[in-house]
Each structure stands twice: as structure tokens, then as C-alpha cells.
Design a protein around this ligand. Sequence first.
Ligand SMILES: Nc1ncnc2c1ncn2[C@@H]1O[C@H](COP(=O)(O)OP(=O)(O)OP(=O)(O)O)[C@@H](O)[C@H]1O
Ligand SMILES: [Mg+2]
Length: 252
Amino acid sequence: MTERLPWRQAQELIEKHTGPALSARPVQEGYNSELSVVINNSVFVKGMRVDHPRVWTQERERQINPHVRDFSARLLWSEVSGGWDLNGFEFLDGRQATYTPSSSDLGLIVTMMDQWPPAPDDVELKQASDRWAAYSDRPELFAGRWLAHTDWSPSNVLVVNGTARMLDWAWPTTGARWIDPACWIVWLIASGHTPAQAEAWANRLEAFATAPTESVTAFADAQAAMWADIGEHAPHPGLAAAAAHWTRHRTG
Ligand SMILES: Nc1ncnc2c1ncn2[C@@H]1O[C@H](COP(=O)(O)OP(=O)(O)OP(=O)(O)O)[C@@H](O)[C@H]1O
Ligand SMILES: [Mg+2]
């Protein structure tokens, strides 16, 4: 968890790009960025000091943006100076997605995920087989050449004019095409779905419906181990129990 810093510390750098800040609304959701503010209802600025241990995620978001901009927010400008690393995105006027069983957002999310591209060659990406290696003895089953977001917190999904948009591409990963629907399942179960209901949503994506059973089961195990390890630092209290429920459902 990163403490937010007052946006005014970077006001001059921001105004170089936005002009005078006539309004500024600090954003409460999310907790990885030191600075998070909406300027003039038109630009969402996300920033970290250059000495922050995860400042590399800012560069990753810049690099991946051209590949995801159609279903995310466009990057308008960046500023790396004066000790700050700032990204200015188009402000999306939407609301956070809801994952409960009756939510009409779920179909919008399936439609969005269906547009995910293959992993681009010109961006440095995390490898799915490395990311979960500590939690699985078969991590090679997660490898693939598709782009994955992996952080399915509903705070990263905005519903804007009847479409879902995926924000916060800080950890872009290359892996099997079914990895993102599988990560989403854990959040769906934590939001009130049974494992069978959650899998039914993921099965609307062909990549998940046709994924090797053994690979998905190994991934469910890895998710259970990971969320158990994260424990009380998890962004949602039910994730460890949800992942454990999913893996029990698959292994009987
Ligand atoms: N382009 C945008 N337009 C409007 N709101 C946005 C936009 N991008 C992000 N937000 C809002 O700001 C919040 C934080 O953004 P984001 O998730 O990118 O940053 P973060 O602080 O790194 O979060 P996390 O802790 O989840 O990693 C989002 O949950 C969303 O509510
Ligand atoms: Mg976020």
C-alpha cells in the first residue's frame, strides 16, 4: 500500500500539459500510486516519485497503451522530471463495474475481453509461467503468447456508455489466452457466484471454454496458494476463500 501525496506537489508539471487546473479531484480508489487526480474533468493523472520501488510500472503502462487504448483509456502525455513520473490519461466518465450474479456488467466484460490482442513483440512483459512459479509445480502450463492484464479488481473496470473499459495496465503479462478469464473467476466467486456460475461466465470466451482442463486446474491451485499467501493484505477479504472454493470445485 502506497500513501497518496498531495497532487499540488506536482502541480506545475501537470499544468505544463493541462493548462491551469481549474478543478482537481483526488481519486480514492486504487492504492498503488502516490498521486492520483482528475484535472479539469478531462485528464486522469497517475504518478509516482522516481525513487518509488514500483515506478517501472509507469513505463510499462506507457509502452502497453497503444496496444490496449481501444478498450482502456488513451495516454495523452507523460512527464518524467522534477523527481516525478506522471502519466496523463483521457478521463473516462464512468462507474466501477459490479461483479454480483445479477450484474449486467458481466456480459460487457466478456465482450471487452474478447478483444484482447496477442502479446505485442515490442513491449517488455511479465511471463505467466514466472509470475506463478512460486505457487505451482507446473507453471509451464500457464505460458502462451496472449496479452493478459491479471488484476481483475473491479476498481480496474469502468463501465462507460454501455461498454466496459480495463484500466491500470501496470503488470501486462504474456500467457495462455485463458489466463484473464481464469483470474476473473476468483473475483466472481468472491462477489457471490458459485464456482460453476463463475466458470459459466468464463466459458463464454472460447479461449477459456477450450482451455486444457489440467492447465486450468493447475492455475486454480496456484491462485488458491497465491491468495492464501497474500492473506490479509489482499484487496478484498474473500479472495483466498474464493480461490480455495474454486480449486475444491475442480478437484472434487
Ligand atoms: N482514465 C480514467 N478515467 C477515470 N477514472 C480513472 C481512470 N483511470 C483510473 N481511474 C480511477 O482511478 C482509480 C485508480 O487508478 P489505477 O487503478 O490506474 O491506479 P492505481 O493507484 O495504480 O491502482 P491500484 O492500486 O489498483 O493499482 C481507478 O480505480 C479508477 O477509479
Ligand atoms: Mg487499480
